[in-house]
Design a protein around this ligand. Sequence first.
Ligand SMILES: *Cc1c(COP(=O)(O)O)cnc(C)c1O
Length: 220
Amino acid sequence: MQDAVTRLHEVRSRIAKAESQAGREAGAVALVAVSKTFEADAIRPVIEAGQRVFGENRVQEAQGKWPALKEEFREIELHLIGPLQSNKAKEAVALFDVIETVDREKIAKELAKEMKKQGRTPRLYVQVNTGLEEQKAGIDPRETVGFVERCRTEHGLRIEGLMCIPPFDENPGPHFALLEKLAREAGVAKLSMGMSGDYETAIAFGATSVRVGSAIFGER
Ligand SMILES: *Cc1c(COP(=O)(O)O)cnc(C)c1O
């Protein structure tokens, strides 16, 4: 069984290869290492190996391990990649550097309020439910461009990118292509798409960041 650091290097080299095969610049794609369910002791070696960008899907879980790690390693960039409840907006703004799961008016409003209050400006992505899955968070693709615009005009929030999680039993390519098209229409530059099973595909479709968990940390 390989350790997380070995797997991190493997993922990094596969990203580099996928960038080159897609004709993308070296370093065009950021790696978000998804550390959900893993404790600080499992995460620390990966930080020490040079990884600085991490993703967590629960605010409360992240609050338990990241404040101390962020204190110890100052350049950590923490992404919230799980659904955000409006009653957790305060904690999310205080802890995360990037919030990838803005998907409705109420959240936009709460985030705007908290950002103003705390004087912190996490970067923001809108999550799009490209497969229109009932149980999944994210905004309807057809409402995405208008929502990005309203975030700016009504809430003063600059949306930097879009994020999606394709249905797990479908070919992800069309979902990545849809997200890329919506980003162009909405005038946003960043695309967070691709996980352990499909990050190379996502890179071919223009991902600017991939969220990789189990391929680095192992099965959850
Ligand atoms: C858990 C998770 C990931 C990482 O999934 P892996 O298949 O373990 O790479 C990526 N994105 C989101 C939103 C997640 O919740």
